[in-house]
Design a binder for this molecule. Sequence first.
Ligand SMILES: [Zn+2]
Length: 269
Amino acid sequence: MDCSICSSLPVILRPPRNTICGSCYDGAKCLINLINKLQSDKPANKATINVASSCKTLMNASEWIMDLKNREEELEEKIVYLGEFSAAFRHRIHTDIELKSGFAASPSVSAHRALLATRSEIFKNLLESDGCKAAPMEAITLPELSHEEVESLLEFLYRGDLAEEKLEKHVYSLALAADKYDIPYLQRFCERYMLRSMNCDNALDVLEIAEVCSCRALKENALDFIVRNMDEIVFSSGFEAFALKNPHLSVQVTRASLMDAKKNRPNSA
Ligand SMILES: [Zn+2]
């Protein structure tokens, strides 16, 4: 069909050159609906955009996208600005507390009391409680974490982010630490990683972590994944150890798998 939008040579089309194809029509409708949805979802005080509050044509779509682009650049600038504090951690500038791994003979990591207190209610309470003592606490020991895990935890607390290879290595310990030290943003960060990296080799570990941390959505996803890949997972070497360690979870896996089989059985009542 002659389409004045997606045709590579619109000038060769017959005048008045204003017909559009089904794909371009659907695309335009989708774009208008999306803009209107995002506009209506936005809190009133954030609606700084200059275009009309409701978008009826594509006339102002480019303006709207430009506004989003500008805001993205502002946010990136803000992230860089806020991230400069992590240099104080890297270069140990005015650090005033040490964090120690519970593992013997590992060096401590220097940090800032104020940062720990703003990132975690548990650290805040811990640091406040030493106000009544004669000397302030000089170190906090995280008994369950290795030295590398303490470093990764601190790196996340300062930067709000962590390199993929460190996350891959420490995600379970960090998820448990997020739960123990009440750091919800780290918890969500770990959850998102576990969801996108779930496979037959790690689904049982993810299920176990989700149960310990009471992450309902993650637990449902892991159970669903295990049920869908039951043949491979149930005969893996890890399943026996998992079942011995987590009898209540293996009961749930068995029940979920049975329910699934029943649902998918032909002519089921
Ligand atoms: Zn078209």
